[in-house]
Ligand binder design. Structure first.
Ligand code: ADP
Ligand code: SF4
Length: 686
């Protein structure tokens, strides 16, 4: 049976109220950190999903009015008619590829601090705003506020219809939605017909849903995005009441798009949840409604997708992250090219974009959000007119991506790697607890490289400058990575920390290579990224007593933006790993360390048979410098250019290394790059 026959059920059309989706692939609403300052980039990104075969492509949250101003997050607004053209642009581009366009109308209620609009936050009751640190409270909405909100929501729905959307959402998810806030007896202490009984607490939801149907339901499907279960410890609503709300309104919307609360459980990283993880929490929904149901679960396997549809769990395969990692996922399944799927690794670097107010990036897909800015397509690259032989040294994520992209461009590529395996840091890091899926970065590229006859791979081939010069390649790219420091230089310490000669000091690579075998272990984290928690878990799993010390006031603070920090902290506590924050390394002795409180300067001595330093890295740029520092030798050997990519250039995230290798490959034969090598949407200053 061919791939397309086997998965034919996934390509059946499905009716959603007045519209029909051409298949079951549904890009659910997802944020991207871009907001409405770059509508062309947003439209380009969504259109690529439509081209890649998704039947429905949705926006992120569109804020319906100025009382839902979630600044500093990069929001998209549908506050007034002036916001319609940006949305119409996205709709038109999505329609061009035969997909339906959906929009998610949202109001964040007491989760919006309204910093820019300066309106008072609104909510069912007066409460401190939830998503921000501002000491600001909401106004308990009176009847006039409720009437105004309903009017503005209806007007936003009509704008959405004018922009051409086919599916218009009511947002009722997580604690961010004003409608969910009304549901919650913890946040809603009203005594009128909008508070008290569940019937009353769900009244505003019912009214908004009916208003939207009345306003746009003749031509647009009206969908509800609903959090069916709260998994976080601080729950706003019990499961039975959530279920009851669905049951009472089961046939009202044209579609239910369901997932778990809160966002860190819904968009759980692969450390915490595997593919299809939401099924046990939402499989009851289809028993309550005859309307189509969309669900997510970081689906990348067509067999898992098919099984969920066949078992009657879902009608649509919802996806945000898998559609970011591979916008062409549906087309690849339809064409029987399952091995070509670039599977999401669940690292949540994409979500870090939203949480750092930055355009989204993806570890697996370096072209995401570059469709309009740089004109990049995830599935095609321009062929080169000068297919020079290129040597790439180092097969980590940067070298692999560079080799793959250059190979696709038609260059004769040789990739030399010192180790016996491809993958560099990805192989090492993915061996740590919770990071196993990250090996997909290597596996996708290794398989694709095997398909290219113009790329030669050489393992166990550590090259020095003399060898590189001997081979006679016209271009050389150093992708030789970086090495963790042993002297504690990082963010907090700009000079090496005083260390006694006999101290046992280790790096993350030593932990991965099982060289740390004596406890107690102190793991000192000044990197603040994703690695320290995984290393600590491994050491604790090896039976060692572990204390994590960090000069920062929050452990692994960067992981807050990947929605992992709180859950990682939980992991530390569950595994008996002590975490000491705000404690800087002062000196390293034999069998102990001295720490200094960053607030008071008070010293503490900790026993440490082994000290693991997770601080910063040194680029492995020795080969690069040995080549460029001898220009006469270079010229004599016929090498026209020596460039560097990835961590050898500037150590960073794996996503940064992949992007670096990709960009270098696209631009290898370009004239000298401009200082700003992408299109920008400039402020209109008329
Ligand atoms: P990046 O993230 O930039 O791709 P990595 O550290 O993951 O960096 O990968 C760099 C790779 O380069 C490693 O697999 C390493 O073995 C390899 N490497 C480093 N120096 C050399 C060299 N001189 N010759 C061949 N391979 C090298
Ligand atoms: Fe998946 Fe990571 Fe890409 Fe997000 S950044 S889509 S989690 S691979």
């Amino acid at each position: 049976m061919s791939g397309s026959e086997r998965y034919a059920k996934l390509f059946e059309p499905v009716r959603i109220g007045p519209v029909v989706a051409k298949n079951r692939f549904y890009q659910t609403p997802h944020c991207n950190g871009t907001g409405d300052w770059s509508p062309r980039a947003l439209a380009g990104m969504r259109a690529m999903k439509a081209e890649g075969g998704w039947a429905v492509v949705c926006t992120e949250n569109l804020m319906v009015d100025a009382w839902s101003d979630i600044s500093p997050f990069a929001a998209v607004r549908l506050w007034s008619d002036e916001d319609v053209p940006a949305q119409a642009l996205m709709v038109e581009q999505v329609h061009r590829h035969g997909a339906l366009a959906g929009c998610e109308l949202a109001h964040f209620g007491i989760a919006a601090s309204n910093r820019v609009s300066r309106e008072p936050p609104l909510g069912p009751s007066s409460r401190l705003t939830m998503e921000a640190v501002d000491p600001v409270q909401s106004r308990a909405m009176d009847k006039a506020d409720i009437r105004s909100f309903r009017r503005r929501h209806r007007e936003a729905a009509m704008r959405a219809k004018r922009a051409g959307f086919d599916v218009v959402y009511i947002y009722c998810l997580h604690e961010n939605s004003i409608l969910s806030q009304f549901f919650s007896p913890l946040v809603n202490d009203r005594r009128d017909e909008y508070g008290g009984s569940l019937e009353n607490r769900s009244r505003l939801f019912r009214e908004i849903l009916q208003d939207t149907k009345d306003a746009v339901g003749d031509r647009c499907a009206v969908a509800v995005r609903f959090g069916v279960k709260q998994l976080e410890p601080n729950r706003m609503l019990e499961d039975a009441e959530l279920r009851e709300i669905i049951a009472r309104h089961a046939e009202m919307p044209d579609l239910w798009d369901v997932c778990v609360n809160n966002w860190s459980y819904d968009s759980a990283s692969s450390r915490f949840a595997a593919e299809g993880h939401e099924e046990p929490h939402m499989d009851f929904v289809k028993t309550l409604t005859s309307k189509p149901v969309v669900g997510v679960g970081r689906f990348t396997s067509p067999d898992t997708m098919l099984a969920q549809v066949k078992r009657g769990v879902l009608d649509f395969i919802g996806a945000a992250r898998p559609s970011i990692a591979d916008p062409f996922l549906p087309r690849k399944i339809e064409e029987g090219r399952v091995a070509d799927i670039r599977e999401c690794i669940g690292c949540n670097v994409c979500i870090a974009g939203e949480n750092t107010f930055t355009t989204m990036r993806c570890t697996q897909n370096p072209t995401i959000m570059e469709e309009w800015r740089r004109g990049w397509h995830p599935e095609s690259v321009p062929l080169t007119r000068s297919p020079d032989p290129v040597l790439i040294v180092g097969a980590g994520p940067a070298g692999l991506e560079c080799a793959l992209t250059l190979g696709r461009r038609g260059y004769a590529v040789t990739l030399a790697e010192a180790a016996h395996t491809l993958g560099g840091r990805v192989v090492r890091e993915s061996s740590l607890p919770g990071l196993g899926e990250w090996i997909r970065v290597r596996d996708y590229r290794a398989y694709q490289l095997q398909q290219l006859s113009n790329v030669q791979l050489y393992l166990a081939s550590a090259l020095d400058a003399a060898q590189v010069r001997e081979y006679g390649f016209s271009r050389v790219i150093c992708a030789t990575g970086a090495t963790w420091r042993r002297d504690a230089v990082g963010r907090t310490h700009v000079r090496p920390v005083a260390t006694e000669g006999a101290a046992s000091v280790f790096t993350p690579d030593d932990v991965i290579d099982n060289r740390v075998d004596a406890g107690p272990v102190v793991l000192y984290d000044d990197d603040g990224g994703y690695l320290a928690a995984a290393l600590a878990e491994k050491l604790a799993g090896d039976g060692l007593s572990v204390t994590v010390v960090t000069p920062h006031t929050t452990f692994a603070r960067w992981t807050a933006v990947t929605l992992e920090q709180e859950r990682l902290m939980g992991h530390m506590l569950e595994r008996g790993i002590e975490v000491r924050v705000a404690s800087a390394l002062a000196s390293v002795g034999s069998g102990h360390i001295e720490c200094r409180c960053v607030y008071s300067g008070a010293s503490t001595r900790l026993e440490a048979a082994s000290l693991v330093l997770v601080t910063s890295r040194v680029p492995n740029d020795g080969l690069y410098h040995a080549l460029i520092d001898a220009p006469a030798d270079l010229e004599a050997s016929g090498i026209r250019s020596v460039l560097r990519a990835g961590d050898c250039d500037a150590p960073g995230l794996i996503a940064t290394a992949v992007f670096s290798g990709h960009r270098l490959a696209r631009q290898l034969d370009a004239p000298d790059a401009a200082d700003v090598d992408y299109r920008r949407e400039l402020p209109d200053a008329d």
